[in-house]
Design a protein. Structure first.
Length: 370
């Protein structure tokens, strides 16, 4: 995906008046036309599970106001944000640490809690980063297929390796969007190998009806729960996430070092957390658009895995890689398939207009025999 700002996101910024206010240019002049040498990207990107709406208006305003202060580290903002997020999650502040994205603590856990003698246990398919990190330094990777209902097979995961060092649970799961009931995660915690740490990645929890397990991390010393602002909050490129765990586990994660957090991300996160309507509004819109798209696909004979996320997987009844390439040629970039399911392709939920373009491209690809 191009690193350049898309026309859509730029017009969102200009529409909010922020580009104009920061540059001292009239909004109409900015929105009228791109610069002569600008690259206008007209593709639809439904491949990385980003929120198509971007940061909220309040977040954009907070960043715009705070840009002159970004020459400083603003450590005080990190403390304030930590207190605010901990309060909203109902956990002690000393059990929460902020990171530049939730992939940061995920990667740390994959390195620190696994070894040649201590494997990582993961569902299959799932987000591969923690397994990749563990494998890179010689740790075994135990892959456990999802259960028939597409939830995590917690019984098989608990039994996969008595010497497991880390057990990864992505809930809702990426790429499927399927959920594992809290009671099943509690069962896993009660029956896992004694020395294993359970890492629950709740990157997509804001889109779901599934209860979080973050409260359990407030009292256990073998559980890490990850949160991120990259998904529903629309801050993927800003990089901000959090880990909730015991002080001892957080101290282990810090062994690899620390970095100051990006000031614009902290300002945007603070404003987002204070907007009580943001999560329910975006959650409802995502669910409606996702369901419309899934029903359209199912009416044409293409099954989809039930999802409570901003993505879903569709069985395209053919080569998933070839299908993704054919869709990209139509200007709609969708996700990929996983080795265990080569005919299922992940699709991110975009705006209503973007999903209409997805349906048009899907129809054209089918007509062309793609």
């Amino acid at each position: 995906m191009s690193a350049s700002v898309s026309r859509r996101s730029f017009l969102q910024l200009a529409g909010a008046g922020l580009a104009a206010s920061s540059l001292g240019v009239a909004p109409a002049a900015l929105a009228a036309a791109p610069a002569a040498n600008a690259v206008v990207d007209r593709k639809v990107y439904l491949n990385f599970n980003e929120c198509p709406l971007g940061p909220s208006p309040a977040a954009l305003q907070a960043m715009s106001r705070g840009l002159p202060t970004t020459g400083r580290y603003r450590f005080e903002l990190a403390g304030q944000l930590r207190e605010l997020l901990a309060s909203q999650l109902g956990v002690p502040a000393e059990r929460l640490a902020l990171y530049p994205g939730s992939s940061d603590p995920l990667n740390r856990a994959g390195h620190l809690f696994t070894s040649a003698e201590a494997s990582v246990v993961v569902p299959d398919p799932t987000f591969e980063a923690v397994a990749d990190v563990a494998a890179a330094h010689g740790a075994p990777v135990r892959k456990v297929p999802l259960a028939a209902d597409f939830s995590h097979d917690v019984e098989a995961m608990a039994a996969a390796d008595p010497r497991a060092g880390l057990i990864y649970v992505c809930n809702p799961n990426n790429p499927t969007g399927s959920v594992t009931p809290r009671a099943r995660i509690e069962w896993l915690l009660a029956h896992k190998p004694a020395n294993a740490v359970v890492l629950v990645d709740e990157a997509y929890i804001h889109y779901s009806e599934q209860p979080s397990v973050v409260d359990l991390a407030a009292s256990r010393d073998d559980l890490i729960v990850l949160r991120t602002f990259s998904k529903l909050y629309g801050m993927a490129g800003l990089r901000l996430g959090a880990a909730v765990a015991s002080p001892a586990l957080l101290a282990r994660l810090e062994q690899i070092g620390e970095n100051p957090l990006p000031v614009p991300a902290m300002l945007a996160a603070d404003a987002s957390l204070r907007d009580s309507a943001l999560v329910p509004t975006r959650k409802a819109a995502n669910a409606r658009i996702r369901q419309q798209t899934v029903e359209w696909l199912q009416a044409r004979g293409f099954s989809c895995i039930p999802s409570e996320s901003n993505c879903f997987m569709v069985d395209i009844k053919g080569d998933g890689k070839a299908f993704s390439q054919a869709m990209a040629a139509q200007g709609v970039v969708v996700g990929r398939s996983w080795p265990i399911w080569p005919q299922r392709v992940r699709v991110t939920v975009g705006t209503e207009a973007e999903m209409q373009q997805f349906r048009t491209a899907f129809t054209d690809v089918l007509k062309a025999g793609g």
